[in-house]
Design a protein around this ligand. Structure first.
Ligand code: SF4
Length: 304
């Protein structure tokens, strides 16, 4: 990590806030523990430190500093539904807490301030986009996103595709998979004898990571409850995860190269893992494998 002259102020301010909120234990990476073992800052120094970004002269946070206290989106008072209203919607599984999921990867400056659980059971496909648009659960909300990117396609789709996150085109238009990779996905869908508007498309993270980088593990974990709720509401018969990021976050699996082409289970829904279209644009020799994966999906859906 590059040197940051404000990092101590940032850490101290964050720790003080956590302490005020009653938190007494902080899980640290091995590297952070070594730094703390070598350095014993005085309590007085900590208490005199200004809050990061809280004074006009403070240079504030860098891109990885803890973000401001996130808030839970307002709960809607009514719950309109799309279909299958007679079928009870199961409550979403609790979101994984950042400190547990990413303990070995987190550094002090990477830990977001919102470690709360997220209950989305009352949200529908009509109300959830507004909650996502107001979301500050991870640092991606403050790293240059133009808008959140929620979904595309049919809310009653039999088939759902889950990708990684918005790129530049998606960030500009607010629609997932509209750039070059998205155009390839559209052709893949049409090769399956479906129309793009007949399937449902979403991503693991709803905000564009800067430079189109892969979402960090804690960013994916923070955003996961939204796509989990989307799955609950759409109730697809089959899900296709596109690439390593949804393979990891939705299924808890690593190694998409070895793991693709197989069926997995997500809460009773069969899930096929295959390559991300952006990867296929770079590695066109892998398209045949991806097509074989999609043919399995067609068979599962009874598409001749
Ligand atoms: S990526 Fe997801 S969790 Fe992070 S700020 Fe955007 S909507 Fe919230």
């Amino acid at each position: 990590m590059a040197d940051d002259p404000n990092i101590l102020d940032t850490v101290i301010s964050w720790l003080e806030k956590e302490k005020r909120q009653g938190r007494r234990r902080i899980r640290l990476s091995a590297g952070a523990q070594r730094v703390f073992a070598e350095t014993k800052p005085s309590a007085g120094a900590a208490r005199s430190a200004p809050a990061p970004g809280g004074t006009p002269g403070g240079s504030g946070r860098d891109a990885h500093a803890p973000v401001g206290t996130a808030r839970s989106p307002d709960r809607p008072t009514a719950t309109p539904s799309y279909r299958h209203t007679a079928t009870p919607v199961p409550a979403p599984a609790p979101a994984l807490q950042h400190e547990t999921r990413n303990a070995q990867h987190a550094t002090v400056s990477d830990i977001p301030s919102d470690l709360s659980m997220l209950d989305l059971a009352a949200y529908t496909l009509e109300t959830l986009p507004a909650a996502v648009a107001a979301c500050k659960r991870c640092r991606l909300h403050a790293l240059g996103r133009t808008r959140t990117v929620f979904s595309d396609g049919s809310p009653t789709a039999r088939l759902m595709f889950i990708g990684e996150g918005p790129g530049a085109d998606e960030d500009a238009q607010g629609v997932p998979f509209v750039g070059a990779a998205g155009q390839l996905l559209t052709r893949m869908i049409e090769a399956m004898r479906l129309k793009r508007g007949e399937v449902y498309i979403a991503n693991i993270v709803k905000c564009r990571p800067p430079g189109n980088r892969t979402p960090l593990e804690d960013e994916g974990g923070a955003c996961l409850p939204y796509v989990q709720r989307q799955v609950e509401l759409v109730k697809p018969e089959v899900i296709v995860v596109l690439g390593a990021t949804p393979f990891l976050h939705l299924l808890g699996q690593k190694g998409i190269m070895a793991g693709r082409g197989k069926w997995y289970d997500y809460r009773g829904i069969p899930v096929m893992a295959t390559y991300h279209p952006a990867f296929l644009l770079r590695m066109s020799g892998k398209k045949a494998e991806a097509w074989a994966d999609l043919q399995q999906v067609m068979k599962k859906l009874g598409i001749q």
